[in-house]
Design a protein around this ligand. Structure first.
Ligand code: KIV
Ligand code: NA
Length: 266
């Protein structure tokens, strides 16, 4: 695959071609995922659960994000690499710039942070210094203890309006991509239409400009964890290997077959 850039993702949005994103945390999977044509690899702090066995992303630190970004970067063949800032690693400008430097030098092409308008100065500062930022709204797992669990966000009018206004403000501050996690599909459609930057949804309906899933989830590897928005692509009759399952995900997202209504929230 030709090396993906912010510009190539923007073109996909403009052509109405869904963008495919998967997480990866190591070189082998990064190679496989990028070889199947997935445009963006997210080195997510979901590695706290998937790699480390924690119950939240809160225990993950920046050294671990740097290590996994290096691993992914060595295996990647053309995908754009987005790496998560870990919990509280972007709390002050000093921390933000030092940690962004570390993620970018580890091989990230973009850094991702969770939250709304309180991050506008952070996003502006990073962008001015040449570091592209992906924002993340809705269910923001680093705030799980404030949110009181992993619940759909923005079902009431006030929160929905806040998420919408945050999305507009994040783009204006320079965000180049926006992840929308577990929000009603009408809200993510409204946001995706209002923004010029691509939106990437997880549990956010089919109207976002792209889709993301945690790799181990879409491979059905943890039989005790299957949230409603996930589909196990290993179970597709056409699939005989992990590479097939990833290819099937790419095809189903590109054709608009995933997510189906059973994977979406109202
Ligand atoms: O950490 C992660 O994998 C994420 C995605 C679920 C969006 O942030
Ligand atoms: Na994350």
């Amino acid at each position: 695959m030709k090396k993906q850039t912010i510009g190539s993702l923007l073109k996909l949005k403009q052509r109405n071609e869904p963008i495919t994103v998967l997480t990866a945390y190591d070189a082998t999977f990064a190679k496989l995922v990028s070889q199947q044509g997935v445009e963006v690899i997210l080195v997510g702090d979901s590695l706290g659960m998937v790699m480390q066995g924690h119950t939240t992303t809160v225990p993950v630190n920046i050294e671990e994000m740097v290590y996994h970004t290096q691993c992914v970067s060595r295996g990647n063949q053309g995908a754009l690499i987005v790496s998560d800032f870990s919990f509280m690693s972007y709390a002050t400008p000093e921390q933000t710039y030092t940690n962004a430097q570390r993620l970018m030098q580890a091989g990230a092409n973009m850094v991702k942070l969770e939250g709304g308008e309180w991050l506008l100065d952070t996003i502006r500062g990073l962008t001015e210094r040449g570091i592209p930022v992906c924002a993340h709204l809705g269910l923001t797992p680093q705030s799980v203890d404030i949110l009181g669990g992993y619940k759909i966000q923005g079902r009431d009018e006030e929160t929905a309006e806040k998420i919408y206004q945050d999305a507009i403000a994040l783009q204006a501050a320079g965000a180049k991509l926006l992840v929308l996690e577990c929000i009603p599909q009408l809200l993510s459609e409204k946001i995706s239409k209002a923004l010029t930057i691509p939106t990437i949804g997880i549990g956010a309906g089919k109207q976002t400009d792209g889709q993301v899933l945690v790799l181990q989830d879409m491979l059905g590897m943890d039989t005790s964890f299957s949230p409603a928005f996930v589909r196990n692509f290993m179970l597709d009759p056409s699939v005989n290997s992990i590479a097939d399952a990833i290819k099937c995900y790419v095809n189903e997202v590109k054709q608009g077959n995933f997510p189906a209504s059973e994977h979406c929230f109202d």
